[in-house]
Write a protein that binds this ligand. Structure first.
Ligand SMILES: CC(C)(COP(=O)(O)OP(=O)(O)OC[C@H]1O[C@@H](n2cnc3c(N)ncnc32)[C@H](O)[C@@H]1OP(=O)(O)O)[C@@H](O)C(=O)NCCC(=O)NCCS
Length: 152
């Protein structure tokens, strides 16, 4: 099974919105995804199998930092390296734009995502207690510094 990555465009929004309903406890709406396609600060990539969206991830450019906003892979397509490919696409894009570091927040109980990010050089830098409104779960704040010194 082969997957291809592409920058997210309008035609992908409906598929990403469906993906969100199965991957995210607080799914993004089609409306907010449309807004992100047109947000000049935002960069998103989708993972496609035939033309179906099976993953997506993206970030906002904030001065010289990349703030990763979302990473999701459909349950039927997990553990095939897709999230790592999407994250690498983000990090490469950020380096190409001259950004110097990346940050994200992740639920403290999300072992899969914590492992993924640590394997890519992100380190735990802080905790926001009770950050997530749906269940008051803590957020772990992670940073990845020095893309020029750290291989992607
Ligand atoms: C987290 C998520 C994006 C991982 O997607 P994925 O495509 O399955 O991840 P990959 O196959 O690229 O895995 C990369 C690494 O992540 C870690 N990982 C992924 N799934 C894992 C799991 N279930 N348990 C433990 N580690 C896991 C491993 O280190 C893995 O490397 P390995 O397969 O060589 O051991 C996916 O589980 C998901 O969409 N979860 C729901 C949404 C979510 O939590 N997003 C993150 C929000 S911050």
């Amino acid at each position: 099974v082969t997957y291809r990555l592409e920058p997210m465009r309008e035609e992908h929004v409906a598929g990403v919105a469906v993906l969100e309903t199965v991957t995210n406890q607080a799914p993004w709406s089609e409306r907010s995804l449309h807004a992100e396609v047109h947000n000049p600060q935002a960069t998103y990539f989708v993972a496609l199998q035939s033309d179906a969206v099976v993953g997506f991830a993206g970030y906002w450019t904030v001065v010289d930092e990349s703030h990763i906003t979302n990473v999701a892979v459909h349950p039927d397509h997990r553990r095939k390296g897709l999230a790592r490919r999407l994250m690498r696409a983000i990090l490469e894009d950020a380096v190409a734009k001259g950004l110097t570091c990346s940050t994200l927040e992740v639920r403290a109980g999300n072992e899969a995502a914590l492992n993924l990010y640590e394997s890519l050089g992100f380190v735990r830098c802080g905790l926001r207690k009770g950050y997530y409104p749906n269940n008051r779960e803590d957020a772990v704040i992670m940073w990845r510094y020095g893309p020029q010194e750290q291989p992607i």
